[in-house]
Design a protein around this ligand. Structure first.
Ligand code: GLA
Length: 378
């Protein structure tokens, strides 16, 4: 009898830890989009500094994630070493933790990563232990060359294996699956221990790539996302220069409606005010991070006009009126398609202004490739 009483108490801390990990979509930074192979210890430290000084940390960004190209050779015992760009991973993790931030790393279940560096094949538990000893808080696990050693039908077991290895370390480590959305990963990503899973191939810093991924490739996956396990439409390109401010606003808005992880992919050390404002708009981030964790969906599509909505925890709705066309256009949403009626307060989240109490519908001009994002009170 006594044992039955004690057991739940003993299990509680680990259950709570699992539930807390990625309770809302992870926020942070990742090196790949801007730096690719040009990432090193100095850059990561400076990015951590900038994350704090720019206000990104205050806005909720916490993970500083090193992507591919950190890996060196293994020693005689098979322990993975970082290459010469990262002289001391433990010291780097300590530095990042000292800023009140967390640190992430990258590997592949194959023998080689996508950039041709050492992968974790046949060293899964050993690598998980090494990362935990360094103080790593987040792993992106990228399929890459795994096809050479694993059959496609082994994919779930391969991800489960690393998930188990991470859990066995006893350190809470966010587990990010990266296999480009193959085999409908959204249907099984959570069951193999994934906290997030990429739904598509790589994003590029241009309107076409971002809008195809954001608008077209996410629909139908909504039901699989929720606290602890998220669809990942890939990292942000905001501030990398290939899109206009208006297009980056659309990028951020889509990601917020999609309850997507927000991993900035730009150089935080040198971003201008426009980029910083795009990344740190607290009202937009509150939509992304809404604790209900319910992914938004497209409500209507009329030519180039799309209306998307997301249910928020306090009963409000986040509603985005997008214009995918090239020129300014009038866009509108009628309350019944949102399941509401009568008069409701409407607030513009990008401009931070109240639009008053509106009856039956909202109509607005929307710039080409742009969006008006509002919060409708209930
Ligand atoms: C793949 C991933 C990218 C990045 C690179 C690194 O292409 O999808 O996000 O991690 O590998 O080589």
């Amino acid at each position: 009898m006594h044992r039955l009483h004690f057991l739940p108490i003993l299990l509680l801390p680990s259950l709570l830890a699992a539930a807390e990990l990625a309770a809302t979509p992870p926020m942070g930074w990742n090196s790949w989009n801007k730096f690719a192979e040009k990432v090193d210890d100095k850059t990561v430290r400076e990015i951590a500094d900038a994350m704090v000084s720019s206000g990104m940390k205050d806005a909720g960004y916490v993970y500083v994630n090193i992507d591919d190209t950190w890996e060196g050779e293994r020693d005689a015992q098979g322990n993975i070493k970082a290459n010469s760009k990262f002289p001391d991973m433990k010291a780097l993790a300590d530095y990042v933790h000292g800023k009140g931030l967390k640190i992430g790393i990258y590997s592949s279940p194959g023998p080689k990563t996508c950039a041709g560096f050492e992968g974790s094949y046949q060293h899964e538990a050993q690598d998980a232990n090494t990362w935990a000893a360094w103080g790593i808080d987040y792993l992106k696990y990228d399929w890459c060359s795994a096809d050479k050693v694993h059959k496609p039908e082994q994919m779930q077991a391969v991800y489960q294996k690393m998930s188990d290895a991470l859990k066995a370390t006893g350190r809470p480590i966010v587990f990010s699956l990266c296999q480009y959305g193959w085999q409908d990963v959204w249907k099984w990503g959570a069951s193999v221990g994934g906290n997030l899973w990429r739904t598509t191939g790589d994003i590029q810093d241009n309107w076409r790539s971002m809008s195809i991924i954001g608008f077209d490739k996410q629909t139908g996956h909504e039901q699989y996302s929720g606290p602890g396990h998220w669809n990942d439409p890939d990292m942000l390109e905001v501030g990398n220069g290939g899109m206009s401010r208006i297009e980056y606003e659309t990028h951020m808005t889509l990601w917020a409606l999609l309850a997507a992880p927000l991993l900035a992919g730009n150089d935080l050390r040198s971003m201008d005010d426009t980029t910083r404002d795009l990344l740190t708009n607290k009202e937009v981030i509150a939509v992304d991070q809404d604790p209900l964790g319910q992914q938004g969906r497209r409500i209507s599509k009329t030519g180039v006009a799309e209306v998307w909505a997301r249910q928020l925890q306090n009963g409000d709705l986040a509603v985005a009126l997008f214009n995918r066309g090239d020129v300014m256009a009038e866009t509108s949403v009628a309350w019944p398609v949102l399941g509401i009626e009568g008069k409701h307060k409407v607030r513009d989240l990008w401009r931070h202004n109240s639009l008053g109490s509106l009856r039956d519908q909202y109509t607005t001009e929307v710039a080409g490739h742009g969006v008006v994002l509002v919060r409708i009170s209930r």
